[in-house]
Design a protein around this ligand. Structure first.
Ligand code: HEM
Length: 311
């Protein structure tokens, strides 16, 4: 059996993105409308994207566990469940409402904006938006905290291997799991840390983005805690975080988005960051960053997304 075409999970890095999380409204017609809309996403993306062929417009759409049950019923993706919270009081990966995720990427914000407008107008009345963020690429791929972000992402076939469901769940092959979290940073406190101390928090040098040597990299650095292995092999995820913010309001954020073949590595990383490895040895990035949203979604393959309209 041929592997179905995935949605644009492994699409190239772009300079703009819009993230929309919405809940499904209660009426039966709402579910009907969302199902019909599944068949329109690809066409709308083509219509908007064709107008600027060099703009790399893409859209990924995901569904939460409870939305899946309500919209499509059985069969369901084997590992899809509601997002479980991690952490302790004062340092929590919170779980917040969200049934539907739109991850729209392009090299121009106007393309993202137009596609978001078209997709949301087709959903009118069926969903309630709980969070919407416009992200931008910041200098040389830096996160808002000034460090280059995304360096250790897998590329090419490895990116597909680590993000796309395979034979382990054949009905859903070509699909992917995705975690989103909106983080707000205390930039004043972060900027008061000397650069060398910031580098020990991340585990890499700030200017040149070189990984710290194991002899000096702390076990509670972000990079140490998010490097995980299973049966002796490193397990990666694919991230496309985006800075966002409103300087006038003192808001500085990172919209975290991570794709994986199963929720397991994403959850293991969160456990290491928020609880600590061993417990208590937590990610010092969290002393300066607060997760204000968190949701887990399943991204069906592009082929399945179209078929779901008929369920
Ligand atoms: C506060 C939000 C976050 C910020 C600002 C941030 C920033 C960074 C930076 C600057 C790096 C180093 C460069 C790189 O390899 O990309 C990094 C690495 C990484 N981050 Fe994050 N990150 C955040 C949250 C998360 C979360 C929530 C996860 C997982 C659930 C995660 C997983 C990873 C992984 C897997 C790496 C690569 C580790 C390695 O192989 O060395 N990050 N992050």
């Amino acid at each position: 059996m041929d592997t179905p075409d995935p949605q644009a999970v492994c699409s190239p890095i772009t300079s703009a993105a819009i993230f929309i999380v919405a809940t499904l409204n209660a009426e039966a017609e709402a579910a009907e409308k969302v199902r019909d809309w599944c068949a329109d996403i690809a066409g709308l993306t083509r219509s908007v994207g064709k107008r600027v062929p060099s703009g790399n417009l893409s859209c990924v759409c995901g569904f939460s566990s409870s939305a899946w049950d309500r919209l499509f019923g059985s069969p369901r993706p084997a590992s899809l469940h509601d997002f479980r919270e991690f952490g302790v009081e004062g340092r929590r990966a919170v779980s917040t409402p969200g049934d539907l995720l739109l991850h729209i990427r392009a090299d121009q914000m106007d393309l993202c904006f137009e596609l978001a407008t078209q997709l949301m107008s087709a959903l009118d009345g069926a969903v309630t938006v709980t969070d919407e963020v416009q992200g931008f690429r910041y200098f040389d791929m830096r996160s808002i905290i000034g460090f280059v972000d995304g360096t250790e992402n897998p590329v090419g076939r490895k990116a597909e291997h680590f993000t796309l469901v395979g034979d382990e769940d054949q009905t859903f092959s070509g699909g992917s799991y995705v975690l989103v979290q909106k983080y707000l940073h205390n930039m004043k406190a972060w900027n008061e840390l000397p650069v060398e101390a910031q580098e020990r928090v991340i585990g890499r040098t700030k200017l040149s983005d070189i990984e710290l040597d194991d002899s000096v990299k702390p076990s509670n650095s972000h990079s140490a805690l998010t490097t995980i292995t299973k049966d002796g092999e490193e397990v990666k995820i694919l991230r496309d975080n985006m800075p966002f913010g409103r300087p006038g309001a003192g808001e500085f954020g990172t919209y975290f988005i991570g794709y994986a073949r199963s929720p397991e590595p994403l959850e293991q990383m969160l456990e290491n960051m928020f609880v600590g490895k061993p417990p208590g040895n937590y990610d010092r990035l969290l002393d300066f960053s607060t997760a204000v949203t968190g949701s887990l979604f399943f991204v069906p393959s592009a082929d399945l997304l179209e078929e779901l309209a008929e369920r």
